[in-house]
Write a protein that binds this ligand. Structure first.
Ligand SMILES: Cc1cc2nc3c(=O)[nH]c(=O)nc-3n(C[C@H](O)[C@H](O)[C@H](O)COP(=O)(O)O)c2cc1C
Length: 246
């Protein structure tokens, strides 16, 4: 196993951070490493908003379901799908006639994938420096308010936040599904035995990690997730931003 693979295999989300700030060099490198990720047709259809204002941080913490790490982590970045820059550079600059292409689902997928690839490159860069990270999808709990708070223009949508800082915890690694459950050959195949096997591993993991206080398996956790709040205003929000309209 080389050092890169070892780093990837040791990933664990961090929810408790030391106060130690990142240096501006560290932050710069983390963002530059993110930017070097593959990007669809070099569109680079994402933006990152670094939240340094304490009031905005606190507001985001509340809007994300009272996740304390959002307020406490030394850095908090909001990763956005961003087709606004391309709109300005093309239609805005009158290089092409106004059209509705950026409203297509295809372009939203491009922007969301670009943002996720850049974010994951940044996450790995941060982890390679001994920092910990946490993705925060909780910012979509109140997506309209978050966009308003961050003054996002049309064609821009917040996807997830990211806490970064030195870890104050070393969680037990969360087991993943067996490779055979996610890797198919030539055709899609279903095999419930992989899930059954994983349910046993996850139940043991949850029991250990909670010091015996919790006991549920993966299927049960997923069922709970699907029954909970569904962020059902996301589509209305995306339409308002001129995204994902057709
Ligand atoms: C897009 C995305 C959003 C997430 N949102 C949250 C979140 O709001 N709060 C949280 O505590 N964890 C969040 N997570 C972390 C996942 O729960 C975590 O990555 C997963 O359970 C696997 O655990 P691990 O990262 O420790 O291996 C998010 C992860 C991703 C990829």
């Amino acid at each position: 196993m080389n050092d890169t693979i070892k780093l990837l295999m040791e990933h664990s989300s961090i929810r408790k951070y030391a106060d130690t700030p990142l240096t501006s060099d560290q932050l710069h490198t983390i963002i530059a490493a993110g930017q070097q990720a593959s990007t669809s047709s070099n569109m680079q259809a994402y933006s990152i908003i670094r939240i340094t204002d304490k009031t905005i941080r606190q507001e985001l913490m509340k809007l994300s379901g009272q996740q304390q790490h959002v307020e406490e982590a030394p850095e908090f970045l909001v990763w956005c799908a961003d087709l606004s820059r391309i709109h300005h550079a093309t239609i805005g600059a009158k290089l092409i006639a106004p059209n509705d292409h950026l409203e297509l689902a295809e372009h939203f997928i491009i922007a969301a994938v670009d943002a996720a690839l850049a974010a994951q490159n940044s996450a790995v860069a941060a982890e390679s420096m001994g920092l910990g990270i946490l993705y925060v999808g909780g910012i979509r709990n109140h997506i309209h308010q978050v966009a308003e708070l961050l003054q996002l223009p049309r064609y821009v949508a917040p996807l997830f936040g990211m806490c970064i800082g030195y870890p104050l915890e070393q969680p037990i690694l969360r087991p993943r599904l067996p490779i055979a459950a996610v890797l198919h050959e030539n055709h899609y195949t279903s095999n419930d035995s992989h899930v059954a096997q994983y349910n046993d591993r996850m139940a043991a993991y949850v029991f250990d990690r909670s010091g015996g206080r919790q006991q549920f398996n993966w299927s049960e956790a997923m069922a709970k997730r699907l029954e909970g709040k569904q962020r059902d205003d996301v589509l209305t929000f995306l339409h308002k931003q001129n995204l994902l309209k057709k």
